[in-house]
Write a protein that binds this ligand. Structure first.
Ligand code: MN
Length: 293
């Protein structure tokens, strides 16, 4: 049997701050070789590896009002929690294990920061932010916001009876996740006990990557991935497996490529340069609404 193999293994390099609260490693696109064409439909991925946040009585840190158009921002909170508000009326706090799925589409302003409670209490913070592209026909659709609580994600128990796969979007062996998506996307967390094993299978043309959020693991019984690394899997087969060498949390992203031109500039991801210029003009004249800092 043939398996999808690791095409590129990325170890987090330098970090940079997004606003004053998020200390992220940029996996996609950036200088990792994971360009937007190869990663289609995933146009950006920032990873905030575990970091200590000191308790504070000041204003919660984060990033103030900024625009997005043409795609969706998906934030997965692994440790700590994140608050969000947008100019379309979406908002809320997501806690450990929860996900916020914001469809910016035609355009919103939003802000992202630590929740009041987490800011006061401090603790470990760990998060993934993924940008999922939208097909041309949906780029100017109405914005929406999905708050996805961990309790509503199916948990599919694996052979050892203790490990499981949690379904955020798409499905795992017939168990569908709560997120609604515009194109076929599977977003899964494999939460494995030491020695636990999970098998996956996605159509050969899908873009598939995994991130070792916590713990080291082995792919197809031969290739290793270490904590905080991202592995892009190739398109040579449909199947692959993950075995945990210790208790591990592995994020699996799989998506059908949209296959359209990508014009990307800062917070806007469109199909053409003209559409980027229109987005900047629309933002400058206030068409994205208003949001208080
Ligand atoms: Mn944002």
């Amino acid at each position: 049997m043939s398996y999808r193999k690791i095409e590129r293994l990325v170890t987090p390099g330098e970090f940079h701050f997004v606003g004053d609260g998020f200390k992220v490693h940029n996996f996609v696109p950036g200088d990792t070789g994971l360009d937007q064409r190869r990663m289609d439909p995933f146009v950006m991925l920032d990873y905030n590896a575990p970091m200590e946040v000191k308790a504070s009585d000041g204003k919660p840190k984060g990033v103030g009002p900024h625009p997005h158009r043409g795609f969706e921002t998906v934030t997965i909170a692994y440790k700590g929690n994140v608050a969000h508000h947008d100019s379309h009326g979406g908002g809320g706090v997501i806690g450990e294990g929860d996900v916020q799925w914001m469809t910016a589409a035609s355009g919103v302003l939003h802000k992202e920061y630590y929740s009041e409670a987490f800011n006061k209490q401090g603790g470990i913070f760990q998060m993934v932010q993924l940008w999922v592209n939208l097909p041309a026909k949906d780029k100017m659709s109405t914005p929406k916001y999905q708050s996805i609580e961990n309790a509503n994600m199916p948990k599919v128990t694996l052979a050892d009876g203790k490990s499981y796969v949690e379904v955020i979007a798409g499905e795992y062996v017939g168990n569908k996740g709560p997120a609604s998506t515009f194109t076929p996307i599977h977003l899964l967390n494999a939460k494995l006990q030491k020695g636990g094993h999970a098998d996956f299978d996605f159509p050969e043309n899908y873009t598939v990557a995994i991130i070792a959020i916590d713990g080291n693991a082995t792919i197809n019984g031969e290739q290793k991935i270490k904590t905080n690394q991202l592995a892009l899997l190739d398109r040579s087969a449909t199947d692959f497996s993950i075995s945990a060498e210790e208790n591990a949390v592995i994020l699996i992203l799989a998506g059908e490529p949209i296959g359209e031109p990508i014009a990307s500039y800062g917070p806007f991801v469109m199909n053409t340069k003209d559409e980027i210029i229109t987005a900047m003009n629309d933002f400058n004249v206030g068409k994205f609404g208003f949001l208080e800092d």
